[in-house]
Design a protein around this ligand. Structure first.
Ligand code: AMX
Length: 447
């Protein structure tokens, strides 16, 4: 099938049967144990949820439906033969588990264009917020304003049979994915530019049009947006707790709220907005902006041509001041993040003369040794955030307060895909068990 919904309609009965079989065959198999430490420590490492779009491997990094980032770059359809893959193709992969043909990816592109119109009241909601409202607050307010369009909420109110929940959920997921770039661009123009909302260009793809609506028309920046959206689209693994707003990298991420909220049959807009409120937390989505700030600090203190010795000293001073070196380390991954590597390759291909790129490269050569010498850092290698800010800055997107919104636009694809599957598979409301500390102590003492 060349359209996504038809392909999903074909796949869903097979996947429903597969899940039933897994449950029947392995329902009683123990996946892991939960300790008191884990209950106190943010449920880290507890295996307790289904998440299909992506999985983290400690050595290879993220895999989207089983495909590593280099594999995605090679296999997913592109506009230019040596260019970056289209996020529209990735969306097909995330939704179906299958690598699409170029026709299928372009069909997704067209489908998203046909759904992209943002209703007028969304801009009025943004205009009502005081100036200085953080772009992420504007973003979640905008998503909530879009919720008036929810097909799922209307279908539910109209008494739709539960076997068909996934259909209006798909409508909302695709509408939401289609509309968040225009919403984000509106926020960008209002917060940082002349306030004029730029119309979309139907001749452009999803990423190119997003960049265009923000006011960026350099085709190379459009390429960067394709790469950026693909690598930021899905999270690593899962966590089942609402309210945990911590590091996306180890998966105890904002999506836990999105997923939890969605499991209560809140529609995709309500669920996505919940997730975005977690992304806005400083331990999560703001890390990329911290990296750029740290690099700027190096430039201010030493200069962009800082030698390796000077950098080493600067890194040591950062540690001595009781701070972390942003952009390095990972809770699960134990090698250089492939999302760092592909951004570095992009930088070497397109902007190797940029002095900040050289600085990032020198930092890469210095930091791991210094971190290793502390004897406590489990992963001294760079993560995705170590490079993204410098790339965005090169093309003129310098307002780092906006970076989390870019991240949020990208994540819509991964998180809303899972929501469609949650409904298609009839997954129930999520309710991990909580205990009081008194109950824990009583339980332990009885043992
Ligand atoms: N700089 C300095 N110290 C670091 C460090 C870094 N980059 N990474 C880890 N450490 C320290 C930890 O703070 C911890 O010290 P402590 O015992 O005194 O508290 C010790 O090393 C062990 O930590 P760990 O097991 O290696 O890491 P973790 O799983 O606890 O945390 C992470 C992972 C990413 C939060 C951490 O490496 C970090 O703070 N990195 C810098 C900030 C950053 O890049 N954040 C973004 C990461 C995710 C992302 O968005 N890509």
């Amino acid at each position: 099938a060349s359209d996504l919904q038809t392909r999903l309609r074909e796949l869903i009965p097979e996947e429903q049967a597969r899940l039933k079989e897994i449950r029947k065959k392995y329902g009683n198999v123990v996946l892991g144990e939960t300790t008191v430490d884990m209950a106190i420590g943010g449920m880290r490492g507890i295996k307790g949820m289904i998440w299909e779009p992506s999985l983290l491997d400690a050595n290879e990094g993220i895999r989207f439906r089983g495909f590593s980032i280099p594999e995605c770059q090679k296999l997913l359809p592109k506009i230019k033969p040596d260019g970056e893959p289209l996020p529209e193709g990735l969306l097909w992969l995330l939704m179906t588990g299958e690598v699409p043909t170029i026709e299928q990816a372009l069909a997704v592109s067209e489908e998203l264009k046909s759904r992209a119109k943002v209703p007028g009241h969304v801009e009025r909601v943004l205009n009502a917020l005081p100036s200085g409202t953080h772009p992420m607050t504007q973003f979640t307010a905008g998503i909530m304003a879009l919720q008036t369009e929810s097909v799922f909420a209307k279908a539910y109110a109209g008494g739709i049979h539960k076997s068909r929940y996934w259909e209006p959920c798909y409508e909302d997921a695709m509408d939401c994915i289609a509309r968040v770039p225009a919403l984000a661009a509106m926020i960008y123009r209002k917060t940082f530019k002349d306030g004029k909302v730029l119309p979309g260009d139907n001749n452009l793809d999803y990423s190119g049009n997003f960049a265009h609506m923000m006011g960026f028309d350099d085709p190379q920046f459009h390429e960067l947006m394709r790469l950026y959206i693909v690598i930021h689209s899905a999270k690593y693994k899962l966590a089942p707790v609402a309210g945990a707003m911590n590091d996306k990298e180890d998966g105890r991420s904002y999506w836990s709220e999105g997923e939890m909220v969605g499991s209560a049959l809140s529609d995709p807009y309500l669920s996505f907005a919940a997730g975005m409120n977690g992304l806005a937390g400083p331990l999560h989505g703001l890390a990329n902006q911290e990296c750029l700030r740290w690099l700027r600090h190096v430039v201010d203190e030493i200069g962009v041509g800082a030698s390796k010795d000077e950098l080493q000293q600067f890194v040591q001073d950062t540690l001595k001041a009781g701070k972390v070196v942003p952009g390095f380390g990972h809770a699960v991954l134990r090698k250089t993040d492939p999302r760092y590597t592909c951004q570095r390759e992009f930088a070497l291909k397109h902007l190797s003369d940029n002095p900040m790129v050289k600085l990032v490269s020198n930092v890469y050569e210095v930091v791991p040794d210094v971190l290793l010498k502390t004897g406590k850092v489990n992963n001294p290698w760079p993560n995705v955030d170590a490079h993204s800010g410098v790339l965005l800055q090169h093309y003129g997107l310098t307002e780092e307060n906006f970076y989390t919104v870019l991240f949020g636009v990208s994540r819509a694809m991964g998180v809303l895909t899972q929501l469609v599957w949650d409904r298609a598979l009839g997954l129930p409301i999520e309710r991990p068990k909580s205990l009081t500390t008194k109950a824990i102590v009583e339980f332990c003492e009885k043992k």
